[in-house]
Design a protein around this ligand. Structure first.
Ligand code: SF4
Ligand code: SF4
Length: 165
């Protein structure tokens, strides 16, 4: 038979636990209502990768292979090509004509992002990557490359204003 001391100790533990429960019941709900509502990502969340462009629309990747060298899963495949006078794809001498990431192997460690000297590769917030067909998990450059940024609207100065009238 439990002693009085044990009973008091158990009652104290239960009342402490219930106190925390009731206190939390009065707090605002922070549970995400996924998939009915889109998740609210923290900025630092490491989702599917993006290949970035500079402000002129050129690709930031200069095919230096540092991301592939840093990847512990060996899941980045790059083929480099030279920019020419007629065709310029990136701001450097070379660009990635092929850039694949195999999401069958990627562990979202972020080492590729840290290794990139031009901030060309970043993590986006896509996360619903699961598939029954593993061949669809090899993402190509075209899947990851961000759109060309919209050019700013030209400022129209009317002749009268320009002349100070
Ligand atoms: S996040 Fe990690 S595992 Fe995935 S491609 Fe980058 S370095 Fe490789
Ligand atoms: S993404 Fe960055 S690190 Fe990788 S090849 Fe391109 S420039 Fe180099």
């Amino acid at each position: 038979m439990p002693s009085i001391k044990d009973v008091l100790s158990a009652a104290g533990a239960i009342s402490k636990g219930m106190g925390i429960t009731f206190k939390e019941m009065l707090q605002p709900t922070i549970t995400e209502d996924y998939p009915d509502a889109p998740p609210n990502f923290q900025e630092r969340f490491r989702g599917g990768h993006l290949l970035q462009r500079d402000e002129s629309g050129l690709e930031k990747c200069v095919a230096c292979f540092l991301c592939a060298a840093a990847c512990p899963s060996d899941c980045i495949y790059i083929e480099a090509a030279e920019n020419t006078e007629k065709v310029r794809i990136s701001g450097g001498e070379r660009y990635a004509s092929v850039y694949n990431i195999d999401y069958n192997r990627c562990i979202f460690c972020g080492f590729c992002v840290e290794a990139c000297p031009t901030d060309a590769i970043t993590h986006g917030h896509t996360f619903e990557l699961a598939s029954f067909n593993t061949s669809t998990l090899v993402k190509r450059k075209e899947d990851m490359l961000v759109n060309i940024p919209a050019l700013p609207k030209p400022i129209v100065v009317h002749e009268e204003v320009a002349a100070g009238h």
